[in-house]
Design a protein around this ligand. Structure first.
Ligand SMILES: [Zn+2]
Length: 104
C-alpha cells in the first residue's frame, strides 16, 4: 500500500509537462468569458493549467499561445484579458528572483 499521499497531476497547456496541481497556475473563465487567474484554485468551471516558467507564460503574449488557451477552454473563451500575462508573471515570480528589485 502507498502512503495515501495522492497528489493530483495536471498538464501545462503550453509545454505539456505534467506537474502537481498545486505547482501550476490555474486559469478559468470569468462571467464575461475572459481568462483569469484562479488564485485560490477553487473557482467553478473548467480550468486550464500553466506552469510558472517564463517560457510558458510568455506564450500568452503570442497568437499561437492564445489559440492554445482558447482550445483548452474548448472554444468558450470569448474575450482577451490583456492583464492576464502580467498577473501571472507576478504570481509566478513572487520568489527570490525578484529579491534585488524591491519596490514595495
Ligand atoms: Zn509549461
Amino acid at each position: 500500500m502507498g502512503k495515501g499521499k495522492h497528489v493530483p497531476i495536471r498538464t501545462c497547456i503550453f509545454c505539456g509537462r505534467k506537474m502537481a496541481k498545486y505547482e501550476l497556475l490555474r486559469l478559468v473563465l470569468d462571467d464575461e468569458k475572459r481568462p483569469i487567474w484562479d488564485r485560490k484554485k477553487c473557482l467553478p468551471g473548467r480550468g486550464a493549467y500553466v506552469c510558472p516558467r517564463d517560457e510558458c507564460l510568455r506564450k500568452l503574449e503570442t497568437q499561437k499561445g492564445r489559440r492554445r488557451l482558447a482550445k483548452a477552454f474548448r472554444g468558450r473563451l470569448a474575450r482577451e484579458n490583456p492583464e492576464l500575462f502580467k498577473v501571472l508573471i507576478e504570481a509566478a515570480g513572487g520568489q527570490d528572483k525578484y529579491d534585488q528589485n524591491q519596490d514595495l
